[in-house]
Structures are given as structure tokens and as C-alpha cells.
Design a protein around this ligand. Sequence first.
Ligand code: NI
Length: 166
Amino acid sequence: MAVRPVLTFPDESLKRTAEPVEAFDDALRRAVADLEETMRAGPAAVGIAAPQVGWGRRVVIIDASARPQWPNHGRLVLVNPEIVAWEGSVVGREGCLSVPDYTGNVVRAERLTLEAFDERGGPLRYEMEGFEARVAQHEIDHLNGLLFIDRVVSRRKDLFRRKVYR
Ligand code: NI
């Protein structure tokens, strides 16, 4: 396993639409292991998407268990994820390993139903709400070439420079 470098804005490859995974093989599982190690190496990371390490496939890993006040399913590897139903909308603050200098206020669906496959091609279906639903939407955006800074209503009012701790 290996930690891979995380691409940061404005790297053009973060804007590309990722391709679906077709082979659920050992190469996929090795790449997922690298992706997870990269996520765990990041500061307070709760999710990562394959395009962030230059892997142009529809794979995300989320782990919302760091915020136990919200219901969550723990660590999930989601291959070819699709949001099939959603409701409500709520504003919340987001950050991203690929946008290290800013956080932003982003409107997301409050609840959703997500379908995906696991690393062996088995079908998955989850109901998510709150923080976990937000993380899933943020990571799936990466598969469609979108960053949270593309979703803020006003870059002037809704983007915040991160404080630098020395
Ligand atoms: Ni991100």
C-alpha cells in the first residue's frame, strides 16, 4: 500500500468526469487500499474520491464515524455510486483535501438513498442523512469534476480562508 499525492485546485484533472469501474479485480482492490491510506494520512479526512489522486474511476471512500452525533455506516468503499433519491436541503461547512486553503458553505440534500457496489461487485444500498449524506454528496461531486467551491452561492460571502496554525 502507498500514500499517493493528492491533487489540488486548480489541477485540470480534478475537473474530469471519472469513468465507471468495470473490472472488480485485485487491481481495483489494491488501488482502493492506496486511496484509503491516502485518506487516512490527510488531516481529519472523512472522505476521498479516486480523481483526487489522479485515478479517473468512479470510486469513493467515506467514513463519517468521526461525528457520532449523526447516524452513519462507518467506513464505506463505494464503487460506481449513484444517488437515486434525495430530499430536503441544508447549508453546511465543507473542506476538501484538494482545496487546502479554504472552507465553504454549501447547500446539500438533507437525506438521500445511495446505490453502489462494493470492491467485489456486490450491490450496496444505503439511506443516509445529515453529515454522512453531505460527505457522500461531496465525494460523488468529485467523480463529476466538481469541487465544493463550484457549489458555493457566493465566493465572496461563502468561502473562508483557513486559519494557519503555526
Ligand atoms: Ni473533496
